[in-house]
Ligand binder design. Structure first.
Ligand code: SF4
Ligand code: F3S
Ligand code: FES
Length: 241
C-alpha cells in the first residue's frame, strides 16, 4: 500500500527583499523506486514550478543535489523515500551561499578551495620528464584514484561543526585533496610547502575530530584516515619549524 508523504521544504529567495525564510509543505503519494530527486521533480511539475533545487547526473556523480534530509546531509538523487518516514524535512546545505530554496553555491566554495590548495599537479617544468613520465605503481595509482572519487558535494562541510563556525576552514574535502596531491609522486610539493598552506587552524589544525564528515560522505571516503595522516605529517613539520 502506498504512503502519503509530506515534504516540508525550505523556501527563500535571498535576492528578493520581500522574501522571508519559511517552510512549505507538499503532499505526494509514494511510488515504487521513488527518490527524493523524483519527489522534488514531481513537486516542481505538479505543485510549484518556482521551487529551486539542483541536479545534473541523477546518479550520485555530480554532487550537485546535496541537501539536508531530516537533519542529515545527503544526496537527493541517491536517497530512496522508502528509507524515510512519512514526514521529510528538506533544508539547503549550511555553510554555503544560498542561491534559493534548496540550491546553494557549492561550486563557488569549491573553486575557492581549488585556488587556495592549487589542486593541480605541480611539476618542476618540462625538464623534469623523468618524474612526470615515470610509470606509476598500480597500487599507488589506485590509492590516488580512491581520493579522487570526491564529488565535491559539500556534505562533509555541512556536517562539520568547525566549518560552520570558521568560514575559512578547508574542511574534510580540502584535507582529502591535500592528501591526494601529497601522495602523487609527480607533484614536487613537500611537507614544508604544504605546512605553509594548511598548517594552521584554517587547515589541518582546525579539525576537532568531530567526524561528521566521515559519517555523511556519500562516497564513503576514508576521511578519518586522511585527517589523522595529515595531522601527524604537519605536526612533525611544525616541530621541525
Ligand atoms: Fe562530498 Fe565526501 Fe567529497 Fe566531502 S569528501 S565533498 S562529503 S564526496
Ligand atoms: Fe570537521 Fe570532520 Fe574534522 S567533521 S572537525 S573535518 S573530523
Ligand atoms: Fe548528481 Fe545527485 S544529481 S549527485
Amino acid at each position: 500500500m502506498s504512503r502519503s508523504l509530506r515534504f516540508h521544504v525550505f523556501r527563500h529567495n535571498p535576492r528578493d527583499a520581500a522574501s522571508a525564510p519559511s517552510m512549505q509543505t507538499y503532499t505526494l503519494e509514494e511510488t515504487p523506486g521513488m527518490t527524493l530527486f523524483i519527489a522534488l521533480t514531481r513537486i516542481r511539475e505538479e505543485h510549484d514550478p518556482g521551487l529551486n533545487f539542483d541536479f545534473v547526473c541523477r546518479a550520485g556523480v555530480c554532487g550537485s543535489c546535496a541537501m539536508v534530509i531530516n537533519g542529515r546531509p545527503g544526496l537527493a538523487c541517491r536517497t530512496l523515500t522508502t528509507a524515510l518516514p512519512d514526514d521529510v524535512t528538506l533544508l539547503p546545505l549550511p555553510g554555503f551561499e544560498l542561491i534559493g530554496d534548496l540550491s546553494v553555491h557549492t561550486g563557488k566554495w569549491m573553486h575557492g578551495l581549488a585556488q587556495r590548495l592549487q589542486t593541480w599537479v605541480h611539476t618542476a617544468g618540462e625538464t623534469d620528464l623523468d618524474r612526470i613520465e615515470a610509470a606509476m605503481d598500480p597500487d599507488l595509482a589506485d590509492a590516488i584514484y580512491e581520493l579522487d572519487r570526491c564529488i565535491e558535494c559539500g556534505c562533509c562541510i555541512a556536517a562539520c561543526g568547525t566549518a560552520q563556525t570558521r568560514p575559512d576552514f578547508m574542511g574534510a574535502a580540502g584535507m582529502n585533496k591535500v592528501a591526494r596531491f601529497r601522495l602523487d609522486p609527480r607533484d614536487v610539493r613537500d611537507d614544508a610547502d604544504w605546512y605553509e598552506v594548511v598548517g594552521d587552524d584554517s587547515g589541518v589544525f582546525g579539525c576537532m575530530t568531530l567526524l561528521g564528515c566521515q559519517d555523511v560522505c556519500p562516497k564513503q571516503l576514508s576521511l578519518q584516515t586522511q585527517l589523522a595522516w595529515l595531522r601527524r605529517a604537519m605536526a612533525r613539520q611544525g616541530v621541525r619549524g
